[in-house]
Design a protein around this ligand. Structure first.
Ligand code: ZN
Ligand code: ZN
Ligand code: ZN
Length: 137
C-alpha cells in the first residue's frame, strides 16, 4: 500500500490548459508564439500585437490545482506565464503557457510523429527510419 509517487516531487511549474487561437505573422505568414500581447515573430522578428478577449477572460478565471497541496485556486491574472501563490499552503509556482502539440508525418516513411509546435524552422530526425527533414510553422 505505497502510493507515494505523487508526493515525492512538487512541481514549480504547471501548464495552462487554455491557449489563444493560432495567429500568423502579417509580414511573413509564419506562426506566432502561442501567447497574447506584443509578440516577436521568430522568423522575420516583426513585432506583432495579438489580442483575443475571450482568451484573456478565460485566463483570468482559469482554475488551477496547486501542485503541492491540490487546493484549487483561480489564476486571477490574464497573462501567461503567471507567478501564483497557493492561498492554502503558500507554495509558489508558475503557470506557463500551454504547449501545443501537432501530428506530422515523416516524409520518408509516413510514420506519424507528435511534436511541439514551435514557430520557425526546425530540423528533425524520424525515430523510425532515421531520415532527417525540416519542418516550418
Ligand atoms: Zn514574420
Ligand atoms: Zn497549495
Ligand atoms: Zn521516417
Amino acid at each position: 500500500m505505497t502510493e507515494e509517487q505523487e508526493d515525492t516531487l512538487v512541481a514549480y511549474e504547471i501548464m495552462s490548459r487554455i491557449s489563444p487561437p493560432p495567429a500568423n505573422c502579417p509580414s511573413c505568414d509564419s506562426l506566432l508564439p502561442s501567447n497574447l500581447g506584443e509578440l516577436d515573430c521568430v522568423v522575420c522578428s516583426a513585432k506583432v500585437r495579438v489580442e483575443h478577449e475571450p482568451t484573456r477572460h478565460d485566463w483570468l478565471n482559469e482554475k488551477v490545482t496547486c501542485p503541492a497541496c491540490r487546493h484549487v485556486l483561480v489564476a486571477g491574472t490574464d497573462v501567461r506565464p503567471a507567478d501564483l501563490r497557493c492561498a492554502s499552503c503558500r507554495h509558489e509556482f508558475t503557470l506557463s503557457p500551454k504547449v501545443i502539440k501537432v501530428e506530422i508525418k515523416c516524409p520518408a516513411c509516413e510514420r506519424g510523429l507528435r511534436i511541439t509546435q514551435r514557430p520557425g524552422e526546425r530540423n528533425l530526425k524520424c525515430p523510425a527510419c532515421q531520415e532527417g527533414f525540416r519542418v516550418t510553422f
